[in-house]
Design a protein around this ligand. Structure first.
Ligand SMILES: Nc1ncnc2c1ncn2[C@@H]1O[C@H](COP(=O)(O)OP(=O)(O)OP(=O)(O)O)[C@@H](O)[C@H]1O
Length: 336
């Protein structure tokens, strides 16, 4: 029974590849709707059937304890209300720090289907292989297993899938990846607080969320909205991270709060959650992301490296104090 399920999943993997290829090479949904939609429909059918064959709750619902997530202890989200505030950079450095500095088994899922930056930031490229059982094998670097739509995209062609199809693809990456035994799976959420993010917050079996913001008022307002969104879907807030908190001139040492100061700490206090850390605005952070070696690997003792390590330590401590929170509510992923 079980092996049949895995074989069905192999079909799902092939379909995901062909759907991604259709989107990348043909310009996506608008140009090639029948192929892309058909591939995703097939993917839907095979994964749902696989769950049913593996003893899951039947077509329509996938238990989070099935398939690739079976041995994942905690899933956490790194989110931001506003785009471009450094959420992915925090997610990557948090994941690598948890693995390299704090000794955990870690995975990183890029849930940003439209702007996947994880392969570049983690120094990975090429299409993932499938396991004998048919699950995607996550490429690994810096001791972190990774999955991203970026692995399946060719060149600079955008993915033009819309809401439900994007949700489907994220669910398949979550369930259809052979994560193996992980202490923590970090999910880099797409930016914003719209339908997609609310849906993800409801569907993912989240143990908690880290919210990233810059100190700027417009970013903070959206960060507060993001925090409330997670509360509404009953996901605990692990804390806030202030990114680009200050700039320290490498020549004279003068420190400047370019985007303002104090706002993220005040928001954390209002929300009753910890301010996990303050990461400086620093050219090395950007450079290391661009070359695929996060700064926690190259300069762990720098102010930025220490900030990421401290954030990771607090997240680890919080997860250790609530070991089964992730699956306590037995979430399900609904396949429409
Ligand atoms: N602390 C920092 N210092 C310097 N550059 C940074 C810092 N944090 C992030 N960056 C840079 O800012 C840019 C945006 O960062 P990132 O992609 O992590 O943001 P994001 O919030 O995930 O964006 P998106 O909304 O597109 O998902 C990147 O070029 C990144 O290298």
């Amino acid at each position: 029974m079980r092996s049949q399920a895995w074989k069905l999943c192999g079909g799902a993997v092939r379909c995901l590849r062909s759907a991604a290829t259709a989107a990348a090479t043909g310009g996506g949904l608008q140009q090639q709707p029948p192929q892309t939609l058909a591939a995703l429909q097939q993917l839907h059918t095979t994964v749902a059937a696989a769950a049913a064959a593996a003893g899951g709750p039947g077509p329509g619902k996938l238990s989070a304890k099935r398939l690739g997530l079976a041995d994942v202890q905690h899933v956490i989200a790194v989110a931001s209300g506003k785009g471009g505030v450094g959420k992915s950079t925090v997610a990557v450095n948090l994941a690598v720090s948890l693995a390299v500095q704090h000794g955990l088994r870690v995975g990183l899922l890029d849930a940003d289907i439209h702007g996947p930056s994880l392969p570049t930031m983690m120094g990975l490229s090429g299409e993932p292989e499938a396991s004998e059982e048919g699950l995607l094998l996550p490429p690994e670097n810096h001791r972190v297993k990774c999955m991203s739509m970026g692995f399946f995209m060719k060149g600079d062609t955008p993915v033009v899938w819309r809401g439900p199809i994007v949700n489907s693809a994220i669910d398949r990456f979550l369930m259809g990846t052979a994560w193996g035994h992980l202490d923590v799976l970090v999910v880099d959420m797409p930016p914003g607080t719209g339908d997609a993010q609310i849906g993800l917050g409801q569907r993912l079996p989240l143990a908690g969320a880290v919210i990233v913001s810059t100190p700027q008022d417009v970013a903070l307002l959206d960060a507060r909205r993001g925090a409330q969104m997670f509360r509404k879907v009953h996901v605990p807030l692990l804390g806030l991270v202030e990114n680009m908190a200050y700039y320290c001139c490498p020549n004279c040492g003068h420190q400047d709060n370019i985007f303002g100061s104090g706002g993220v700490a005040a928001a954390a206090e209002d929300l009753g959650v910890p301010l996990l850390g303050q990461v400086p605005l620093n050219g090395q952070i950007r450079h290391q992301s661009d070359v695929g070696v996060p700064i926690v690997m190259t300069a762990p003792d720098s102010p930025a490296g220490q900030a990421y390590s401290s954030i990771a330590g607090q997240v680890k401590a919080r997860l250790s104090s609530a070991p089964c929170e992730a699956f306590a509510k037995q979430p399900t992923i609904t396949i429409d």
